[in-house]
Write a protein that binds this ligand. Structure first.
Ligand code: TYM
Length: 336
């Protein structure tokens, strides 16, 4: 098989409304990487069902992520946009990797501990083995680079360990050791209600996150209500880093504006939050509302979205099928 050097795979779950963390930590970077890399972006519905998903909503949520990719500026012609469950090789390779990964490796995954909490006896087995499916997503395409937010870093280390162990055990070099691409300042966007908590889909408070589906008014209101400390804005980056709510809002501003964080801190040094929040509200709504409008337009055109998904399935399968066949050969499975 020819050696691939610049291939990306990344995934987003269809488990709720996409928020600013998903956009700044992942999707915005996908948009800028698409020129330089061959890209596969998938909606990871198999991952989503590790916790309960309403069957009546899942298809719609799946289309919504595809719409968000396109509305954010990912070109569906030059990139492969697809749905994970449509390419069965992901699940097939997962079983093989279940037999490669070690229990000790998975026991160290902090995201499982965070998500399971005190309930670890009662969560699905899928939630525990979730990072193995992620490794299969990446390696079935022999992807070399994986753009993600910081919360996925440990899962990528596991992917690298699995690739390495498979290659060593079977004396092969089939799998690349993929590099994480954790890019920009907003690698971990925090909740607007608590600067020490990650912005997430599962937070019960709607005011903790800005959604891609929010209207301009909602965005402005959420930013106005965002928690801050009582001091004026920090005078330098060093001070900002000690003030979680301030650094979070400044980082969001810098990333949306494509400006250096230090420059933004300097521009607002010592100013009042009320002024900064007005500017941030205007900036965020002007950057995000075109995406949300385009998403809404695309969501009305189901036929178009379904044609993208079907084309993506064909393109993704044409890569995944021969890779799985070669893996079966390496393992020594009976084949006719
Ligand atoms: P998911 O669906 O939770 O999130 C999608 C992407 O958004 C990033 N992200 C954030 N970035 C910055 N700040 C935040 N608050 C924030 N919240 C989420 C995530 O890091 C991710 O890049 N397991 C993955 C999906 C996945 C995947 C893969 C990713 C499945 N297979 C293969 C890469 C490669 C997840 O649950 O992402």
């Amino acid at each position: 098989m020819e050696k691939i050097t610049k291939r990306i795979l990344s995934g987003v779950q269809p488990s709720g409304d996409l928020h600013l963390g998903n956009y700044l930590g992942a999707i915005k970077n996908f948009v800028s990487l698409q020129k330089e890399f061959e890209c596969f972006f998938c909606v990871v519905d198999l991952h989503a069902i590790t916790v309960w998903q309403d069957p009546k909503m899942l298809k719609q949520k799946t289309r919504e992520v595809i719409a968000a990719f396109i509305a954010s500026g990912i070109d569906p012609e030059t990139n492969t946009l697809f749905v994970q469950s449509q390419v069965p090789q992901h699940a097939q390779l997962t079983w093989i990797f279940n037999c490669v990964a070690r229990m000790g490796w998975l026991n160290r995954m902090t995201q499982f501990k965070d998500k399971a909490g005190k309930n670890s006896e009662n969560v699905s087995v899928g939630l525990f083995s979730y990072p193995i499916l992620m490794a299969a997503d990446i390696l079935i395409y022999l992807a070399t680079h994986v753009p993600v937010g910081e919360d996925q870093k440990q899962h990528l280390e596991l992917t690298r360990n699995i690739a390495q162990k498979f290659n060593t055990d079977f004396k092969t070099d089939i799998f690349p050791i993929p590099e994480p691409l954790i890019l920009g300042a907003a690698t971990r966007v925090m909740s607007l209600r608590d600067g020490l908590k990650k912005m997430s889909k599962s937070d019960p408070s709607n005011y903790s996150r800005i959604m891609l589906s929010d209207t301009e008014d909602e965005i402005v209101k959420k930013i106005k209500k965002a928690k801050t400390d009582p001091l004026p804005l920090p005078v330098n980056l060093e001070e900002a880093k000690k003030r979680p709510e301030a650094i979070n809002l400044l980082t969001i501003y810098a990333t949306l504006y494509d400006e250096d964080l230090e420059k933004v801190v300097a521009d607002y040094a010592g100013k009042e939050f009320s002024q900064f929040k007005r500017d941030l509200g205007d900036l965020a709504s002007s950057k995000l509302s075109p995406i949300s409008l385009e998403m809404n337009r695309l969501m009305k055109d189901e036929k178009y979205l379904d044609s993208i998904i079907s084309d993506g399935k064909r393109r993704a399968s044409s890569v995944a099928e021969p890779v799985l066949a070669e893996i079966y050969e390496i393992i020594g499975f009976y084949r006719d």
